[in-house]
Design a protein around this ligand. Sequence first.
Ligand SMILES: *[C@@H]1O[C@H](CO)[C@@H](O)[C@H](O)[C@H]1NC(C)=O
Ligand SMILES: *[C@@H]1O[C@H](CO)[C@@H](O)[C@H](O)[C@H]1NC(C)=O
Ligand SMILES: *[C@@H]1O[C@H](CO)[C@@H](O)[C@H](O)[C@H]1NC(C)=O
Ligand SMILES: *[C@@H]1O[C@H](CO)[C@@H](O)[C@H](O)[C@H]1NC(C)=O
Length: 295
Amino acid sequence: MARRARFVLVLMVVLVAVVGRAEPEADPEPSVQTVSVPPATPSPTEPLAFDEATVERFFTAVKSQLRCGYPMFGIPSLVPLKLSYTLKTSFDLLSLKKINIVASNFTVHGLNDFGWDPARTRFTRTSATVPLSFPNVTAFALTSLNGANGTSFVELRNVSIRLDAQYEEKDDLLYVTDLSGAILVEDAKVKIASLFPKSAKLSKIWNKAIGKSLPILVELFNGGKLKIEYLSRLLSGAKFYAMNTINNALNSHSLSFDRLVESMVKFADGTADSLQCDEAAAAAGADQIVGWLRA
Ligand SMILES: *[C@@H]1O[C@H](CO)[C@@H](O)[C@H](O)[C@H]1NC(C)=O
Ligand SMILES: *[C@@H]1O[C@H](CO)[C@@H](O)[C@H](O)[C@H]1NC(C)=O
Ligand SMILES: *[C@@H]1O[C@H](CO)[C@@H](O)[C@H](O)[C@H]1NC(C)=O
Ligand SMILES: *[C@@H]1O[C@H](CO)[C@@H](O)[C@H](O)[C@H]1NC(C)=O
């Protein structure tokens, strides 16, 4: 779960980073107000302008950093993401068949291939909304179904993720106060190994059916119409883990909103004092930390 939470954290780092291009005049200059109750300082809920090219550069930097992970935050390489997590569960396949499933050695591909939608991106000094889209996120796992082993996968196509974060400043430090989001999947392909060990045809039919129903299941889960307690607990744990980790990182680097913006811009520009991923070292498969250079 922790690693999954870390993925959320990375997305969060990405998200907070979008703030990286707040226009400088977002600072104290109160704009002319004609509303009846003008705030004393600029409204913290007023959308801030951002420079698309800089955000684009920032995401390009993030994509290459994902190879190295974020060792200083305890985040491993996400290309691909390997989870040491073992899932054990059982369910009834439409009362046809009782399935005991053990899945382990999860590997998730495609996390470094995403786009963002500037038109639907919004951020203020207290909140951010960032829509990201991943064309292909595929998870492989070693599975054991009623004792029959194999490699299974779930391929999610055109995954749209909307991240929402709330944060506030206190004593010149930034704190994340809430994280939430939504996910939509356009299409999915599933192969559960040994679903019906005696019938390749039945396995094929069921895998196809499960794949086809995944997008709608995701939508129902998103809208709260489908309750999967296990998943809800996992996500809730991930959320608090991510918030805690982010707040520790913001705290230990003494980051206020403005200082965070500044360091994100440095990151986008790859300045010498920002963290850089040495792709060659990362690809060499050496210790993840080796992939990092710090000026
Ligand atoms: C699965 O992961 C475990 C440890 O997480 C490792 O010892 C094992 O070799 C892996 N198995 C395969 C087939 O990759
Ligand atoms: C999606 O990604 C997986 C893993 O990288 C790959 O095996 C698969 O072929 C990809 N699918 C498409 C349609 O590109
Ligand atoms: C199947 O995998 C499990 C671990 O998931 C292992 O304990 C078991 O020995 C494997 N069985 C076979 C037949 O390979
Ligand atoms: C994913 O989106 C792209 C562009 O929006 C579209 O061309 C493609 O057909 C979609 N793929 C799937 C599998 O839905």
